[in-house]
Design a binder for this molecule. Structure first.
Ligand code: GAL
Length: 717
């Protein structure tokens, strides 16, 4: 009997340290299945983000069944860690897995997903290392764990692989590959369990929609958030800022919000969150003066609390074991820490009109941030804290604005899964223009927004090219914190820069409607081409050329389409980069037209374009409908009624739902919004005719009903 008991005991230990678990999938929301494997931790990414699903919108998506063969998904718990395996088919491409800057298709890569500043390599250390991937086959997977997980995205080959690679002899076979074919994604989670989600499609876009809607739908910025923003040098005073605003007016340059950098604090790095009396003697009056001009202010901060600030003694008991620049680190998993921040911020900022925040340094440089050996009073580990801090500060600050029924739109340097509904755009200090565009492409797979901010440039050409792409991004921002650059700093391209900022302002009704799609349908406003139906171009591999020093094994080189994207349903953006006079543009199926001239440029093909310096290449899909307003320096305000010009491109009849609301409050959540159909039909004699539906009565609609229709493409085109 004793021996029997001992055997049971030994077997249970063996079982615990190495157990293959069967996975129970439960349909959590339409087309989204959840499995709880092992013992998931209490703190997860989604619990930190605290997002609420939009059940209604989810149920409007196409019906779909579980997208994978369930037995092909395997899990084992070994040595207190979770080993996960998902199948991969031959032609599958894998998108997402964090905010990557250089690659789009992650198949064949190993990523250790870890919140960090971007260090120049797509290795998983990034501002938003979201453990979510979208397959080109039309399904998605999310691993909801606040740990540094490692993803082998089609790199590892098991002895029991269902589809093993072909055995080749490197001595004689030219097709030998250093990285043979792998039929699985394997994931190592340093925890004894996890919540896993599988998302159905059928299309990759449907997968992304489900992911975003499960997280509350995309954030709808206030209208002013989509205007232009200038961030001023660190030590600017309130008078300097008012002078800056004046010079924007003199240059007729749009300006909706102004970014106030560290100098507003009485001490920064660590921060007091208190106004510096010498530079900002009258913060309330200053904010009021800005508000009278229709301008909002955004305050920079990092959350590390300075010993000389009034928050310090109160929050000390709710902070971690380590300091950052001598500041203490609030444990935001604790309600007490959140409440103290809220009381302080509400009293000193929100109540006097601060429009939002730029939350810096929550991503980290390992040598600055709290180390992984830090401890926190709630018992949350340093690793969990690192993975969720960005989410928590976004959630916390976002909820304050919700409480006062005022929309905000700010900046943050760290995020993770569950962030779709947060009022924040990610930015960083890295400054490769091309990589910034690839980050914009990748942001669309993982429910975050990204700005390719402009700071400085070596040449006028670079300046105008950067300004053009930032004006076609979620936040049109010049971040002049270090050197005080102005949009007109390169006089030779001042007009071109002004033109593109004006064009952004004209396009606000279109852009706002694209953000409404993000909110109500989960479709990202700026989209990777791989999310566009009819985009037939896959990432390709190029045979590597032998080079004794650079490529001695003649390794193949993978090529992604990573420098063009869609803004909304109709506009394809193909930015230009300094030094390049022409570029290739990949056009999806269907006819495409030049935005500026309305002329046909091609369909389902690669075209070469050679744009003038003052034009960012833009193409519109056949049937594209683009509502525009006259050039203006501020985004529309709630009480305005504006004339609309609606452009139509190509020859196809089509329609667009023009979205509107008051532009500033959350009343749209209570039904205070309108969708008004703008339709182009063909009359019996073959002519195109534009028509606007009657806007719903009693709902916000800030446009005159007389519309100027512009048919951009001549019928003979
Ligand atoms: C950096 C941030 C910059 C700027 C600067 C001010 O960390 O990325 O955009 O805000 O701090 O010190």
């Amino acid at each position: 009997m004793k021996i029997f008991k001992l055997l049971i005991f030994v077997l249970s230990i063996v079982y615990q340290s190495h157990s293959q678990t069967t996975i129970q999938w439960k349909e959590q929301h339409p087309g989204i299945w959840k499995a709880i494997v092992g013992k998931p931790e209490k703190i997860t990414l989604l619990s930190a983000a605290n997002a609420k699903p939009n059940i209604n919108a989810l149920s409007n998506l196409p019906k779909t069944s579980f997208p994978l063969d369930k037995p092909d998904i395997k899990v084992e718990i070994i040595d207190h860690k979770t080993y996960l395996r998902f199948p991969l088919e031959k032609e599958e491409q894998i998108f997402g897995l964090g905010l990557n800057f250089q690659t789009v298709n992650q198949r064949g890569r190993i990523l250790n997903l870890h919140v960090d500043h971007y260090g120049g390599k797509d290795n998983g250390r990034t501002h938003a290392p979201v453990p979510f991937y979208v397959s080109s086959k039309g399904y998605g997977v999310l691993i909801d764990v606040a740990r540094y997980i490692t993803v082998y995205a089609g790199t590892a080959i098991r002895t029991d692989a269902k589809h093993p690679p072909v055995l080749r002899d490197r001595n004689t076979d030219k097709q030998w590959e250093a990285q043979p074919y792998s039929d699985a994604i394997e994931i190592l989670i340093p925890a004894e369990g996890a919540n896993i989600y599988v998302f159905g499609g059928p299309t990759p876009m449907n997968v992304v929609q489900r992911y975003n809607l499960m997280n509350g739908g995309g954030y709808l910025p206030p209208k002013w958030g989509l205007g232009f923003t200038q961030r001023v040098p660190t030590l600017y005073s309130q008078d300097d800022i008012l002078k800056e605003v004046k010079s924007f007016e003199e240059h007729h340059f749009p300006l909706d919000f102004i970014g106030v950098e560290p100098g507003w604090h009485s001490m920064a790095y660590p921060c007091t969150f208190e106004w510096d009396k010498s530079r900002f003697p009258d913060p309330k009056g200053f904010l009021q003066t800005l508000a009278q001009k229709g301008i909002s202010a955004n305050l920079w901060l990092n959350p590390f609390v300075s010993p000389v600030g009034s928050l310090y003694p109160k929050i000390k008991p709710y902070t971690g074991s380590h300091t950052v620049w001598n500041g203490i680190v609030p444990d935001f998993t604790m309600p007490q820490a959140r409440q103290l921040f809220k009381d302080h911020f509400m009293k000193h900022h929100l109540s006097i009109g601060v429009g939002g925040y730029k939350i810096d340094e929550v991503d980290g440089f390992d040598s600055w941030l709290w180390p992984d050996v830090a401890t926190f009073p709630s018992g949350t580990t340093a690793e969990q804290m690192r993975q969720t801090y960005g989410l928590m500060v976004q959630n916390m600050t976002g909820s304050w604005y919700k409480e006062i029924n005022k929309r905000t739109y700010g900046l943050v340097r760290a995020s993770n899964a569950g962030a779709s509904n947060f009022p924040y755009v990610i930015y960083n200090d890295y400054y490769s223009h091309k990589d910034f565009i690839t980050a914009l492409v990748n942001s669309s797979f993982i429910g975050v927004l990204w700005t390719p901010e402009v700071r400085a440039s070596k040449t006028a050409e670079e300046w105008v090219r950067r300004m053009q792409s930032v004006c076609f991004s979620p936040m049109a921002m010049l971040n002049a914190w270090a050197d005080g650059t102005k949009p007109w700093s390169f006089p030779e391209v001042e007009q071109a820069v002004n033109d593109v900022a004006n064009l952004r302002m004209q396009l606000l009704p279109y852009l706002y409607s694209a953000f409404a799609q993000y909110h109500f349908e989960g479709k990202p406003p700026f989209r990777a081409m791989n999310l566009v139906e009819g985009f037939g171009f896959k990432s390709t591999t190029e045979a590597g050329t032998f080079d004794a020093t650079a490529n001695p094994y003649a390794m193949t080189i993978k090529k992604d389409i990573k420098d063009q994207y869609m803004m909304g349903d109709f506009v394809l953006v193909a930015p230009m980069f300094a030094g390049e006079k022409s570029r290739d543009v990949y056009l999806p199926q269907g006819k495409w037209y030049d935005f500026y001239t309305g002329q046909l440029v091609g369909e389902n093909q690669v075209i070469k374009v050679t744009p003038a310096l003052d034009k960012i290449p833009l193409f519109v899909k056949d049937g594209g409908i683009i509502p525009m307003i006259p050039v203006r320096q501020r985004a529309p305000k709630a009480n305005e009624t504006l004339p609309l010009t609606v452009r139509h491109y190509g020859t196809a009849p089509n329609s667009l739902q023009l979205y509107d609301d008051d532009g500033t409050s959350f009343d749209y959540e209570k039904g205070q919004y309108s969708f008004t159909k703008l339709a182009v039909t063909k009359t019996t004699d073959g002519k195109l005719r534009g028509e606007i539906a009657t806007p719903p009565t009693g709902k916000p609609f800030g446009y005159t009903k007389e519309i100027k229709w512009e048919f951009m493409t001549s019928p003979t085109n």
